[in-house]
Write a protein that binds this ligand. Sequence first.
Ligand SMILES: Nc1ncnc2c1ncn2[C@@H]1O[C@H](COP(=O)(O)OP(=O)(O)OP(=O)(O)O)[C@@H](O)[C@H]1O
Ligand SMILES: [Mg+2]
Ligand SMILES: [Zn+2]
Length: 545
Amino acid sequence: MYQVIARKYRPKSFAELIGQEHVRTTLENALSQNRIAHGYILSGQRGTGKTTVARIVARCLNCEQGPTISPCGTCASCRDISGGNPIDVIEIDAASNRGINEMRELRESVRFRPARDRYKIFIIDEAHQITNEAFNALLKTLEEPPEWVVFILCTTESHKIPNTIASRCQQFSFRSVDYTQLLEHIRRICEKENITAEEEALSVLTLAGEGSVRDSLSALDQAIACCGDNLQATEVRRLLGRFSMATLELVTNALLELNSTRMLEIVQELEHTGQNLQHFCRELCRFFRNLLVARISGADTRLIAASANERTRLEQLAAKFSEEDLTRYLNLILELFQGLQTSLQPRMHLELGLVKLVHAGRLQSVEELIAQLRGGSAPAPPPAPVPTASTPRATPAPARFTAPAAPKAPPPAPPPASASSGDLRSRLLEWLNDRGQTFIADAVEHSMVSEGKGEVEFVTTKEFKMSVQNKDMQKAVDAVLGRATKIKLTLTDQAPVVAPSGGVDRRAQEDEATTRALSNPEVQRYRDLFPGSEVRAVRNLKESQ
Ligand SMILES: Nc1ncnc2c1ncn2[C@@H]1O[C@H](COP(=O)(O)OP(=O)(O)OP(=O)(O)O)[C@@H](O)[C@H]1O
Ligand SMILES: [Mg+2]
Ligand SMILES: [Zn+2]
């Protein structure tokens, strides 16, 4: 007879258990020191080992060699528990009959010593479901338990256990099992069952359980029934309604390109291939959550459940967005997911939601622009003419006046463009202008561009971020340098100082700015603070943008 995998591989000893180390250690210590309580509550997420541990404890207590943490497995008691026919272990499923009769019987039977074994053990599964009457019966027994009685209550909802009971028991909470541990567990089971599985397929099965071992093992059963003894990721994904990272990346790519049309095409494609739009959105939530976590804590964090390949991809992708962007996107996708649950028009809902995401990307730069404009015109503190004390003071000569370097380093202005990087800049500008790419060219105008090892760094302000990350910028860089080159974006608060562009008018403006800067009280304060310091150049950031 075929036995489902979850049951076939139910651990028979603590050693076989995965995760739940805290439960295991405490119970093992108690057992080996012979400190046995009369009541235990095992609570926590479904399918994480509560019933399993209850049975293991029963074996440990009643083994002829026991109480022990490693039951022999061969004595009468051990054999009976494995065979599902134990004499002194009574399992009550409160879910199916709410325990009234059993509890009545129980009150009778606790009074008698165990028939054969050391303890009479009552395992009450789904304990939160028993009636008040039954709880009262249980309480009476727990108040004055005969020395040979042990109750083990298993529940997913420990808050529903009355306090009177809970306070007389030792409680253990079961946690969802760690991704890596579960993945390895599934891998071992596949090996024993002679199933070959792609690494990604194992990952899909692990994630399908959302931390519940039983759910993942049921998914494995389902996959074997459907795909035979060779599990391919694509098939397993289709079976379980999961989506590959490549599919989800279509959305991030469309976001990077600010491409609404692409978003609509994605939905069209999903519909066309008969995918479940809600499932897609659920996966999208998880995907953006992972991107955000990768952005905040790095992709190798334990907070992310993903395979090594996926982590690398997450890392690369997350770097293309800011934390704020990802937060905003995730927020919108969660709203979308919620809306989809009850939507009568899921397709339109999804279309609208994805297009909104694109707008949220656009919205950002507008918001920031406004903020910057406001900040620029605000009277104090004046961000307009700010002395930049950047170049080292080798010669005092060209100083027109002396004044301070900024006090405790404000965000450092990027170094002035060197000759060679200016070269790259102008080549880029030429290339872009030739092709009428004025927006992208504008971003180059407002960036410091420098070439490093295998990458080109753009130092610029937030408002040009989108353009620097645009794929046309990538094209331009690749074309000008004649090879695929990574673009590194560094954001700065101050507009970068770029190659000088002289001219008489400019000079006049600069003098005007210098006068204003010198009469600025903030600047004067710096000069007082740092006597003998000098201001080498003054730039009007508002104008240079
Ligand atoms: N920690 C674990 N280590 C190894 N296998 C586990 C673990 N937890 C669950 N399993 C597997 O899942 C199956 C179900 O576990 P179990 O019945 O103990 O879950 P449960 O926590 O009692 O769930 P429920 O709340 O649904 O009753 C077991 O037969 C076993 O194969
Ligand atoms: Mg159970
Ligand atoms: Zn034994």
